[in-house]
Write a protein that binds this ligand. Sequence first.
Ligand SMILES: Nc1ncnc2c1ncn2[C@@H]1O[C@H](COP(=O)(O)OP(=O)(O)OP(=O)(O)O)[C@@H](O)[C@H]1O
Ligand SMILES: [Ca+2]
Ligand SMILES: [Ca+2]
Length: 636
Amino acid sequence: MGLCTSKPSPNPSDSTNASINTRNNDIHRKPNSVSASPLPDGVNSKEDQGKQGEEEKESSNSNNEGKKSPFFPFYSPSPAHYLFSKKSPARSSTNSTPKRFFRRPFPPPSPAKHIRAVLARRHGSVKPNEAAIPEGSEAEATGANGTGLDKSFGFSKHFGSKYELGDEVGRGHFGYTCTAKFKKGELKGQQVAVKVIPKAKMTTAIAIEDVRREVKILRALSGHSNLVQFYDAYEDHDNVYIVMELCEGGELLDRILSRGGKYTEDDAKAVMIQILNVVAFCHLQGVVHRDLKPENFLFTSKDENSQLKAIDFGLSDFVKPDERLNDIVGSAYYVAPEVLHRSYSTEADVWSIGVIAYILLCGSRPFWARTESGIFRAVLKADPSFDEAPWPSLSSEARDFVKRLLNKDPRKRLTAAQALSHPWIKKYNDVKVPLDILIFKLMKAYLRSSSLRKAALRVCIWGLEAEDKNPHPSLAQALSKTLTVDELFYLKEQFALLEPNKNGTISLENIKAALMKNATDAMKDARIPEFLASLNALQYRRMDFDEFCAAALTVHQLEALDRWEQHARCAYEIFEKEGNRPIVIEELASELGLSPSVPVHAVLHDWIRHTDGKLSFLGFVKLLHGVSSRTIAKAQ
Ligand SMILES: Nc1ncnc2c1ncn2[C@@H]1O[C@H](COP(=O)(O)OP(=O)(O)OP(=O)(O)O)[C@@H](O)[C@H]1O
Ligand SMILES: [Ca+2]
Ligand SMILES: [Ca+2]
């Protein structure tokens, strides 16, 4: 178990700039390439056993000759490590996670490569043996090197006169990053980082658009304390230059590996808080990163408590609050199941954060196989192990936290802002929970709901209401147990962010003001102002905290909890007493906004109790979910 073999690339200089070997699982970094060869037979994940034949065929180029060691690490850090370690003070180990060597089911994390479909899509037919370009024959029309494409970006052309390029500090699939110095002026001598993206690599319109969007997103989001500071973008005939702050502390991946692959819970928390903060911010702005992995987080300095910065928005995109994206994008180990199903939104980033959290806490990847298809199978089907060491010795809150990020159903997964309210994070840290874009989506759905659904949601939060006002104290008590202190904490924080006057209610103006306070240019591209118009029902009235809780109740997430069934029964009992009434199928159909084409009698038959024509328990629960014609059609 847990044999990890790797050896430096025999000849680092012979790999092309496209330095990812797509025929095996090896990753090469230039100039200090890393080659993590696969595990010996018999140690791959359970669901991969039996598929081995296929896998071995796919990874026929695998390097099995490397020196085998039962322990980890055997790894060359990124070039930045060497460059900066000369200048940086030696790391103090007093408060750092002790280096631990332990056996693990999977090999330690290594640099993740992009999903092959991403590369094929972005580089057209440059690799004849790879998957075909999904969208037409663009590459043919433009020539193999994209010679017919417009590669002007409208950026300043004066990079060379302003900056002097220095050493390379890192390299990815799309570009390489160097230090640079201001040549003159007030900032003369000051160091920056420059990501150089060769135009020769932009062989498709998609690749060009990606670079355009990377700069646009960086420009818009720059300013958050956990996001790399963007300065400017330049271009010349050969390259695009993205100038940004120089992060001298190296990649999170290198730090994980230098600690023997594992963080203490407290150290992992400090990292998680920063990642969740910046990702919640991106999501509020309508940006989904799509390539979150430890390589794409850099420390500003070698200091143990250095700030962490998200980088590399090369695969990021804008996403409207109601929209689903469908292109398969990202890096295999970190990709969410719904991305593979081609219907996803911001929740996919939270999955990747779950993978990072899992790695931080135990040193292994939760989904591992030798090949891309094997990894995909694991992501789609396998449950990560929480039984192997060190999981049993970690806190139950840590396990719960990771499990709730790695829920395969994106509707049940916590959002980044919710994750910051999770007891594992909140308990030891005075964390400020940021505004959650999910609240706006839920409010929109609530405001558009029928009065019957609103009544059903309302009874679910009866437990929150003051006991003296509550005519069903025992049921209310049972209900209040479902909305735990933590969920309430999250709702209170969100309400407080929207309620500047502290008068117990929020108006549409308050919501707009709260969003504007956090707005960047990215919000326009994500059409968030237009989305706000859908909350117009609040124009002439205000919402109090109880109604807000009913509106912001995430029924799918509650369903993931053990206590949900009991909770729903209690809520239904109150609904029986307070809100249930006889309803005919046609009325229910119109309450639900079902289209006339839906065979309502067949579909809604079980939703109504035949003895008295009132909503059945099943109907009540379905109603809570907010049923649309689409979900009804799907269920048929
Ligand atoms: N601001 C920075 N300061 C220091 N090093 C940086 C900075 N930005 C990037 N790097 C280094 O350069 C590497 C490559 O940058 P980046 O990830 O943006 O490139 P990429 O080609 O898009 O990578 P990928 O293959 O992951 O898509 C990073 O992993 C990091 O080591
Ligand atoms: Ca990267
Ligand atoms: Ca990238």
